[in-house]
Design a protein around this ligand. Structure first.
Ligand SMILES: *Cc1c(COP(=O)(O)O)cnc(C)c1O
Length: 355
């Protein structure tokens, strides 16, 4: 994540407000990926290619329900997971650099469901990439298992393993901790901590805002409330970044019974629960929400030293009581709520804030 986030003024927001979703992604990515890395025409092509297999012509669609309630449909990708959006772009960026540098890599991912299928879809058939997916047997839905095991491309390798998705993280962590091994085999991960995935997801929040805000001519701009179902806090971190860039959204976090983010935001209780509780929304059955580190960093005013100490303490004791300024009670940035379970599908509801 860059040290300084770009700030968008009213004029830019105005310009962006009528853009299509893919055009928004292009504008946004070009703020973070300079032409010396990817020239703008190439960047546009990569993003068009990323969305070429989506079923909806708008790629992302905002559905209007009653009483000012809206649903942002992020599920029109091949695997129906909202991860298709950010992973397809990330995979295109990745292939661009691999091609340029004549290199090959092997992606290794563990999955609790949606990540595996979406990661496979994003790189299936790619020349310079092989993908190995560890699939926790009995912990994914039948559809997800089939999505992962029926892609008959030579670069896709799926293994069924015992244990849940957090247990599966352990051997993967061990592999990535062995720097020499990783180097020798050109391994990489594509999990939700990947910055490029977070980057693309920032566009979801801009798109939602522009479609929901009553008008862009008000002073100050009227806020929109965005409800984000969350697991690893990737999409949530994207929302916080959008907000820091000047988008007037109010974020509400929705979790299932794996509620560490809810406890953190509500009471500053950033502590691991005893075990993952399996729910209907397996993509949200996550114990350690890695992207919270980014959110703490934003809330701390980019104080890397404080956040490093905090995360080190969390690593060793699995429990941190946050200082006041790092959770939401006094902060307008976030509020949380715990839902008993959540319908799978990766939607974010958004609503024009009446107050
Ligand atoms: C991955 C996923 C989530 C969690 O997303 P994060 O950005 O990691 O919080 C929530 N819902 C669905 C359907 C998902 O696939």
């Amino acid at each position: 994540m860059p040290e300084e986030l770009p700030q968008l003024g009213r004029e830019t927001l105005h310009e962006w407000s009528t853009l299509s979703y893919p055009s928004l992604v292009k504008e946004l990515c070009s703020l973070f990926i300079g032409p010396e890395l990817i020239p703008r025409d190439d960047l546009n092509d990569l993003i068009d290619r990323a969305f070429s297999r989506f079923r909806h012509r708008e790629v992302v669609h905002l559905s209007r329900l009653r009483n000012g309630l809206n649903v942002l449909e992020l599920w029109h990708g091949v695997t129906y997971a909202f991860k298709d959006l950010s992973l397809c772009c990330t995979a295109q960026f990745l292939q661009y650099f691999l091609e340029k540098r004549k290199r090959h890599i092997t992606v290794v991912v563990g999955t609790s469901g949606d990540t595996g299928s979406a990661a496979i879809e994003s790189v299936q058939g790619a020349k310079n990439v092989d993908i190995i997916v560890l699939l926790p047997k009995g912990h994914c839905t039948k559809i997800q298992e089939l999505q992962m095991t029926t892609v008959l491309r030579e670069n896709v390798h799926v293994f069924g393993v015992e244990g849940n998705s957090d247990e599966l993280d352990e051997p993967i962590k061990t592999v990535f901790a062995d720097v020499a091994f990783v180097k020798k085999h050109n391994l990489m991960s594509l999990n939700s901590i990947n910055w490029s995935r977070v980057l693309v997801q920032i566009a979801h929040h801009f798109f939602a805002y522009f479609r929901c805000a009553p008008s862009l001519d008000m002073h100050p701009l009227s806020p929109v409330e965005v409800v984000v179902p969350t697991g690893a806090a990737g999409n949530l971190a994207a929302g916080c970044i959008a907000q820091k860039m000047g988008l007037p959204i109010h974020l509400v976090v929705a979790v299932n019974s794996n509620d560490i983010i809810h406890r953190t935001i509500q009471w500053g209780d950033f502590s691991l629960s005893k075990a993952v509780k399996p729910t209907l929304a397996s993509a949200m059955d996550i114990q350690v929400p890695y992207n919270m580190e980014r959110i703490f960093w934003l809330l701390s005013g980019s104080d890397s030293q404080v956040i490093r100490a905090l995360m080190e303490q969390f690593e060793s004791t699995k429990s941190v009581s946050l200082p006041k300024e790092l959770h939401s009670k006094p902060s307008p940035l976030l509020s949380g709520s715990r839902l008993c379970s959540q319908v799978p599908g990766g939607c974010a509801g958004c609503q024009a804030d009446p107050g």
